[in-house]
Design a protein around this ligand. Structure first.
Ligand code: FRU
Length: 479
């Protein structure tokens, strides 16, 4: 077993690892009781940002940032998943390796659009020189309908713009009225975070820098990772991860936040949000980061979140794997607010209702709290651990406490999270529980609280007070 993950080990070429490394992790995973039943998780090693979420050749495509040899951030590749229904995913294995001079130290995050009957992928090639100085390249690649990927030999954007540092990554490609745009996370040389806009007439370039994206007047910390622009009924919504942002600008508890801004409309001449909203947390929970969304051809705006955070150790690390994804969510705007709901296809997971308090590790709870109640529902394991949810409709506070829910981690960031809704009104909520992840959708997705929990127990029951609870067994579809 590897006890110290040196830089050398993290960046060792994939073909130099003995097969035993993956086999060892697989045998630990086979004994794990923390694996998930219906959420995307890595086969082995570490999964982080969702990439290239798209619909192409009659299938949904999704890639995950992968380091398959251990639960650490090392030489990243893209692992390719496909689905007919956004719920059942087939793992096609690694499809983009860090194996050229333009991505020698990692195929980092990016996105994809359909163009010329192929899927056009844009991602950051992480390149380091002999002095370990970073030279980020924005790489283009074509995927055909046999899922074969060809990287373009020359980067689309060869280096960071003058005035910006080597923190220059996570391109999102967008097409509008026959023109192409890339928005990308960047850091000015004065160490402030921004999003840049590039434009091209052809998807393959040449790519011209246009401007910084104007979506706020506030300072966004020292780096914006994973900027992601979608349009909901013509209103622009930017999802992004402003690292180091002041808590006066955005109140957050996690090491890094995943935020969003909504504009009334978007000015394509100046690349500006018209009347941008304040910044909000996309998720009020513990572990959401790097959410990727896109305008799907069926008219929906779909998103998926990495449920894991950079620089935090998780209890599964000892088993050689880390992190998972949220369910695929649909984004809508109601009364100027962003709503997130699991896509309707997830209803396919539903089996029978549980007649008693006993539930399985894969369960959905539908919760209803009348106005002016102080309600509580807990998921208890046979080791007496509990994930506690308080829903107070008098003061409109929903509190999730994972402090007694099993093995603890990231405690310095607190074990409770609070979401607020209108006081004095009914609260409805849906909890998707899947062994070591929960996703709580409050008032049809007005607020969401997502988190990981690592119970030592393996049998679960529900205890509740002042709340109407419907308990639905969900299908365990992961192998
Ligand atoms: C965010 C991130 C991205 C980068 C990727 C590398 O989690 O740091 O900025 O492209 O992960 O895996």
């Amino acid at each position: 077993m590897i006890t110290e993950w040196t830089t050398e080990l993290r960046y060792k070429p994939y073909d130099q690892w003995p097969a035993s490394q993956i086999e060892d992790i697989k045998s630990k995973i086979a004994k794990s009781h923390w694996r998930l039943g219906y959420h995307i998780q890595p086969t082995t090693g570490l999964l982080n940002d969702p990439n290239g979420f798209s619909y192409y050749d009659n299938q949904w495509h999704l890639f995950y940032q992968s380091f398959p040899f251990g639960p650490v951030h090392g030489l990243k590749s893209w692992d390719h998943l496909t689905s007919d229904d956004l719920v059942h995913w087939k793992d096609n294995g690694i499809s983009i390796f860090a194996d050229t001079k333009n991505d020698s130290h990692g195929a980092y995050s990016g996105s994809a659009i359909v163009s010329n009957d192929q899927l056009f992928i844009v991602y950051t090639g992480n390149v380091r020189d002999d002095n370990w100085v970073r030279h980020p390249k924005q790489v283009g690649a074509w995927m055909d309908d046999h899922n074969q990927i060809q990287k373009m030999p020359k980067p689309l954007i060869n280096k960071p713009l003058v005035g910006y540092t080597d923190h220059f990554r996570d391109p999102q490609i967008i097409e509008r009225d026959g023109k192409f745009y890339i928005i990308i996370g960047a850091q000015r040389t004065n160490k402030t975070g921004h999003v840049l806009v590039y434009e091209a007439d052809e998807v393959t370039g040449p790519w011209q820098f246009k401007t910084e994206l104007h979506f706020t007047n506030q300072e966004m910390g020292y780096m914006v990772e994973c900027p992601n622009l979608v349009f909901i009924d013509d209103q622009p919504v930017l999802l992004f991860c402003p690292q180091g942002i002041s808590k006066d600008v955005l109140d957050y508890n996690n090491i890094y936040p995943n935020a969003y801004v909504i504009g009334e409309s978007f000015d394509w001449d100046t690349f500006s949000f018209v009347n941008p909203s304040e910044l909000h947390n996309l998720d009020e929970g513990f572990d959401v980061y790097a959410t990727q969304a896109f305008n799907a051809p069926d008219g929906r705006v779909l998103s998926i979140s990495w449920v894991g955070l950079p620089e935090i150790e998780y209890p599964t690390d000892v088993e050689g794997w880390a992190h998972c994804y949220s369910l695929v969510k649909e984004l809508t705007i109601k009364n100027g607010k962003l709503y997130q709901t699991p896509v309707v296809e997830n209803d396919k997971l539903e089996l029978e209702q549980f007649p008693t308090g006993k539930i399985s590790a894969q369960t959905k709870l539908n919760l209803k709290v009348d106005a002016d109640e102080d309600a509580e529902v807990s998921i208890i394991s046979n080791e007496d651990e509990q994930l506690q949810i308080k829903l107070n409709s008098k003061n409109g506070k929903i509190i999730v406490d994972r402090g007694n829910a099993g093995q603890q981690f990231a405690q310095v960031y607190g074990t409770r999270r609070i979401a607020t809704v209108e006081p004095g009104e009914n609260i409805t909520a849906t909890l998707y529980f899947d062994n070591t992840i929960f996703e709580l959708f409050i008032n049809d997705g007005e607020k969401v609280i997502t988190g990981r929990v690592f119970p030592n127990g393996t049998e679960f029951s529900v205890k509740s007070n002042n709340v109407d609870v419907e308990k639905i067994k969900l299908n365990k579809i992961n192998k």
